[in-house]
Design a protein around this ligand. Structure first.
Ligand code: FAD
Length: 522
């Protein structure tokens, strides 16, 4: 079987790629591997694309594993081959080809999504065991409907897989309190680059556990995660308030995220929007939470600049809570925030509806074609030290006309991130900001093109480098080992050692372009 695989792979050399006839025979590998799942080398289209829409590639085969054993067998086969690579694909929501394998094997982890779902109670804590290929959306629905439980830390959009976000960090408006998703996991099952299925946690195989969390898929393929859960609220009061000055916005946001639990909101995010009615993607119309709510521009101070700031918060409550109790808690917090008078929008929605809020965006964007168009997104963590300068130049000048989609900016706390994981953060200070420039390439006049957004992103990163800002790319993408060394900084040697230990031939996640496949001497 190994010899059979070897025939196909010659250092990503396009002339030695399999012919169509050869590809037709590839499903025979399935028999040699004794997989319960499928191998397809004809209909591989899904595996060669991602949400970013900026890169495409041609994998050798798309594998739909049925079990962790299948995942292990495929990786082991690659390990025994001279130069096969394997990319686990979550839901392909990467931007820059991170879940691709040019000329290699792509494993569609969604096919394993139903393998695990079990609520586990241990030492007074409650967890849910879920598959690495499960969508967070499905985890939410099952946890809430069957157990009235829910994970504590989320992403804004839940059409992402457990293994995919745990390989990055998983950040949303709850992370200020509970840390990112990578800090809300007690145990993983991981298939290493040698094809070994290993259970790991803080005490057992801890290097693999912490390495895999935020490890960009470099150390293993997550087949099961034990996620911390808590009792789910019924309802959420979802609120947006508007600021003219960045300084006021950051002061209030930082005040909220540093308050003790029970004395703040349960969710804190923020975004920048263009001070204009004309821009449907970035202007005033993007702020109200309900079609009945109007944005009254007469409230905006004359001193306001090209962009405004919106603080987005939410408070959880139960249906049995008296409305006056909820009003009192909300008003007491809002009373401490110096936003523009009457620039407040709020709605009450169910907890599940709140967490699935971006699904509505997906539905309308799918309908108008922008969900499938390119998304040249840029995500960064910028230290509090530099965020005001970032605002002054990037938001107020470079992005004064928006990016054709949300521009998120909100504070996070370093102390909620476990430094043993592989995630790279800015070097100094307790507070840093998530900045997410989520441009959609829109089908209307003057909307920015993908090329323009890509070069604008480069300009922004270069500006931060030139100014010596303390920042890291989130969902990073670089082309050379040198750039990756710089990204990880003092963490590079640990990252490199973990790679040598858990994926010595650099088989896994080749789309991240961190390590080159090493030749096997087996
Ligand atoms: P993929 O893109 O398929 O894979 C990402 C990487 O993880 C690849 O290197 C892949 O090889 C590896 N991988 C995938 N599955 C596994 C596995 N089981 N084991 C090991 N490695 C694996 N991120 C946030 O933090 N917060 C947000 O609010 C947020 N919102 C988003 C909204 C949208 C609309 C989109 C498109 C993305 C958003 N993201 C957000 C980014 C998201 O976290 C990343 O795209 C992430 O990669 C998850 O996507 P995925 O599950 O599709 O993984």
């Amino acid at each position: 079987m190994i010899a059979y695989l070897e025939r196909f792979i010659h250092e990503n050399d396009s002339e030695s790629r399999p012919t169509d006839d050869e590809k037709d025979q590839l499903p025979n590998i399935r028999h040699s591997l004794d997989l319960q799942g499928t191998i397809d080398c004809v209909n591989t289209g899904l595996a060669g694309k991602d949400f970013g829409g900026l890169y495409t590639c041609e994998p050798l085969a798309l594998i739909k594993p049925a079990s962790p054993d299948d995942v292990a067998r495929v990786v082991e086969a690659a390990y025994r081959s001279p130069n096969l690579t394997v990319a686990a694909r979550g839901n392909g929501h990467s931007i820059n080809g991170q879940a691709m394998s040019d000329g290699g094997l792509v494993m569609d982890m969604r096919s394993t999504e139903g393998n695990h779902f079990e609520v586990v109670r241990m030492n007074g804590e409650t967890f849910v065991d879920v598959s690495g290929g499960a969508l967070w959306e499905d985890v939410l629905k099952r946890c809430v409907s069957e157990y009235k439980l829910a994970p504590r830390s989320w992403t804004d959009y839940l059409g992402l897989t457990v293994g995919g976000t745990l390989s990055n960090a998983g950040v949303s408006g709850q992370a200020f309190r509970f840390g990112p998703q990578t800090c809300n996991v007690a145990e993983l099952d991981v298939v290493t680059g040698k094809g070994e299925l290993v259970t790991c946690n803080e005490n057992e195989n801890s290097e693999l556990f912490f390495g895999a969390l935020g490890g960009l898929g470099q150390f293993g393929i997550v087949t099961r995660a034990r996620v911390v859960v808590q009792s789910a609220p019924d309802m959420v009061r979802w609120i947006r308030v508007v600021y003219a000055e960045f300084e006021d916005f950051t002061r209030c946001a930082e005040w909220l995220v540093t308050r003790p639990e029970g004395e703040s909101f349960d969710y804190v995010e923020g975004f920048v929007f263009v001070n204009s009615v004309d821009d449907p993607a970035n202007g005033w119309p993007t702020v109200p939470l309900h079609p009945d709510q109007g944005f009254d521009p007469s409230r905006i101070p004359r001193t306001a600049g090209s962009v405004l700031y919106c603080l987005e918060v939410a408070l959880h409550y139960q249906k049995t809570d008296h409305p006056s109790t909820v009003d009192k808690a909300v008003n007491s917090l809002l009373g401490r925030l110096g936003f523009i008078e009457d620039m407040k929008f709020q709605v009450d929605v169910s907890y599940v509806e709140f967490l699935l809020r971006v699904k509505h965006v997906e539905e309308s964007a799918t309908a108008n074609g922008t969900w499938d168009a390119p998304h040249p997104w840029l995500n960064m963590f910028v230290s509090k030290r530099d965020i005001a300068d970032f605002d002054r130049v990037v938001f107020k000048r470079m992005l004064k006309n928006g990016v054709g989609g949300p521009m998120l900016v909100y504070p996070l706390l370093r102390s909620k991130w476990d430094s043993r994981t592989s995630v790279a953060l800015p070097a100094d200070g307790e507070i840093f900001y998530l900045v997410a420039l989520l441009g959609f390439t829109m089908p209307y006049p003057n909307a920015p093109s993908a090329e323009k957004l890509v070069s604008q992103n480069k300009e922004i990163v270069q500006f931060c480098v030139n100014k010596g800002f303390d920042f890291k790319l989130y969902l990073p993408h670089y082309q050379s080992e040198e750039e990756w060394r710089r990204h990880f900084g003092s963490q590079w040697s640990r990252f490199d050692e973990r790679k040598t230990r858990f994926d010595p031939l650099a088989i896994l996640a080749p789309g991240q372009k961190i390590f080159k496949r090493r030749v096997s001497h087996l």
